[in-house]
Design a protein. Sequence first.
Length: 76
Amino acid sequence: MTYISNKIYFRSGDLVTMKHEMPNKPTMLVQSVDKMNIPSKDTGGLLGVTCLWFTNDLALQTHRFNTKDLIHIENA
């Protein structure tokens, strides 16, 4: 996890969760930070953060999230 000028950057291996309060929100592992080959003005070339987690029945799930929807989980 890196903070630069009030921006939070995600790295592979970070533990994250959803920023929004919802029941059963998972603890997820950042698999990759996905960028476009050609940066755009709107997104700066960032597509999103791909996370993976296991459901209660041990099914592996993956999804790409917007960085604004995620928060870091502090190490205990």
